[in-house]
Design a binder for this molecule. Structure first.
Ligand code: 13P
Length: 343
């Protein structure tokens, strides 16, 4: 393992003004997104859609540091035969790959899951590296439901263990692991409960990373923000989310970690941008802090495109706008008036 090289890639992934495009929806998830815009989820349509994003020159060259791909996409070629990976590299961004194989029910823990995909991961990583991937992603999912007494310490612990196993395998294959323990925002819990659970999850994750000898300098953390559940009657202000998220991250994430890139997790496009921006208003941070959004970067371009070739330019404009807004937020330079002007 060459840690200097891993650290260089991780640092580039969270460079100020740039963030990561999560375009790694599984076939099931992208079908749901396409259903919402009335597009059939065929291999060609998925390719055309993602090609549209990767050919958005303004977004890709100025505001996107890296792209997380799904297995199908990393092997696909653009319409003219150019590998999609090459389009990303030509724009100056780094190709990455989602390597987990989704979740499975966790025995003895009703309603909870463990993320799987460790078997044969070493061989898969080798092939992905040869194809151009320089970072990977593995997502663990932790749900909060007071009524059912979850999350259990069992779920937190097995998921942290798997994340660390994955991260160590990545580094051995000279690939930067994005370590993503996502605490869902689906329930009716309040913001302080989210703080408490996320704190437990991050502490356990870093404990496992240490036990399994993962070099913190060669990884990127992808956490949720500290937010109330969507069904909580008491929602939080932008400032409260920013303040509690930064307090938590400072308490749990060692400064050796080069960067943190948030998931959007179901926040609206503008909320996700405003939260990141507000965090950068709180003063100097020990790590790079940026976005690794899926929905909050793609909802607008998906709608603008709607599967029609004549809408490709509109889709690219919508994507470039969101990428620019988030790029500004990653430096604390975003203002809501910039959204209105574009609308
Ligand atoms: P969202 O931003 O839509 O949560 O997706 C990010 C991601 O990669 C989840 O694994």
């Amino acid at each position: 393992m060459n840690l200097t090289e891993l650290n260089k890639v991780a640092t580039a992934m969270v460079a100020p003004g740039k963030g990561i495009l999560a375009a790694d929806e599984s076939s099931g998830t992208i079908k749901k997104r396409f259903d919402a815009i009335g597009v059939e989820s065929t291999e060609d349509n998925r390719r055309d859609y993602r090609e549209m994003l990767f050919r958005s020159n303004e977004a890709m060259s100025q505001f996107i540091s890296g792209v997380i791909l799904y297995d199908e996409t990393i092997w696909q070629n653009a319409k003219d035969g150019t590998p999609l990976v090459k389009l990303i590299e030509q724009a100056g961004a780094i190709p990455g790959i989602k390597v987990d194989e989704g979740t499975q029910a966790l025995p003895m823990c009703p309603g909870e899951t463990v993320t799987v995909g460790l078997d044969r991961l070493a061989e898969r990583l080798k092939k992905y590296y040869e194809r151009g991937a320089r970072f990977a992603k593995w997502r663990a999912v932790i749900d909060i439901d007071g009524g059912r007494g979850i999350p259990s310490m069992t779920a937190i612990s097995v998921n942290a263990h798997a994340l660390a196993r994955y991260a160590a395998l990545c580094q051995a294959a000279q690939i930067v692991p994005i370590v993503e323990p996502e605490v869902l925002m689906d329930g009716d819990h309040d913001i302080d409960r989210c703080y408490e659970v996320t704190s437990r999850v991050l502490n356990k994750t870093f404990q496992e990373l240490r036990v399994q000898r993962v070099a913190l300098e060669g990884m990127v953390l992808k956490p949720n923000m500290v937010v109330p559940g969507k069904k909580c009657p008491k929602q939080a202000s932008i400032e409260e989310v920013a303040e509690k998220t930064i307090r938590l991250l400072k308490a749990c994430v060692p400064a050796a970690v080069p960067g943190i890139a948030f998931l959007s997790g179901g926040q609206s496009d503008e909320e996700a941008t405003a939260h990141l921006n507000a965090m950068h208003k709180l003063g100097t941070l020990p790590w790079g802090l940026t976005f690794s959004y899926g929905r909050a970067l793609q909802a607008a371009p998906q709608k603008a495109w709607s599967g029609k070739p004549e809408n490709v330019a509109a889709g690219q404009t919508a994507f470039s706008h969101r990428a620019r807004m988030n790029g500004l937020a990653s430096k604390g330079e975003w203002q809501s008036s910039l959204e209105q002007r574009a609308a």
